[in-house]
Write a protein that binds this ligand. Structure first.
Ligand code: S3P
Length: 172
């Protein structure tokens, strides 16, 4: 069954775009963070606080493996760090998987993340300048992994609907 995976930095629009795309493709939408929250009965922020990032990354890896190896089709939005840990980028080469990197500039990510940073454990404690530097550095480090996606879609200035339509055109 077809497995469509959206990846990219926090704030790149993965979840909203995946939801739109799933409607357009008549496939179920899964969000990896939400699957983990359901499985553990707690929020990602709380998992980071109580169990730490390494615990979260292991759980993230196992949850992704289970989704990739089962037979269901879906549109799946990953967490921003997912492809960059535990060789998860290797899953992007699996049979039936088509993946899309939603590529967003540092300035746009900064602007999109500012109003919602409290819900993002990696940046919640940072001031604006620290946040921008963190985005720039981690985006640079992560882009090697993000570019393992089958396709790259630039999302600056685009709504999730527009990005979903662009992806749909590539898939048909
Ligand atoms: C993370 C991104 C988050 C979530 C966790 C770690 C990251 O997902 O998985 O807070 O390392 O970039 P979103 O990209 O959906 O916010």
């Amino acid at each position: 069954m077809k497995k469509i995976i959206l990846l990219g930095y926090m704030g790149s629009g993965k979840s909203t775009t995946a939801e739109w795309l799933s409607h357009q493709m008549n496939l179920q939408w899964l969000d990896l963070d939400q699957v983990i929250e359901k499985k553990t009965g707690t929020s990602i922020s709380n998992l980071f606080q109580t169990k730490g990032e390494i615990f979260f990354r292991k759980l993230e890896h196992e949850t992704l493996r289970a989704l990739i190896t089962n037979d269901e089709g879906f549109v799946l939005s990953l967490g921003g760090g997912t492809p960059c840990y535990a060789n998860n980028h290797e899953f992007l080469k699996s049979n039936d998987v088509v993946s899309f990197y939603l590529k967003t500039s540092i300035d746009e990510l900064h602007a999109r993340l500012l109003p919602e940073k409290q819900t993002r454990p990696l940046i919640a404690q940072m001031d604006d300048a620290q946040m921008k530097e963190f985005i720039a550095i981690s985006l640079f480090e992560r882009s090697y992994f993000y570019h393992h996606a089958t396709h790259t879609i630039v999302t600056d200035g685009k709504s999730p609907e527009t990005v979903a339509l662009e992806i749909r055109k590539i898939l048909v």
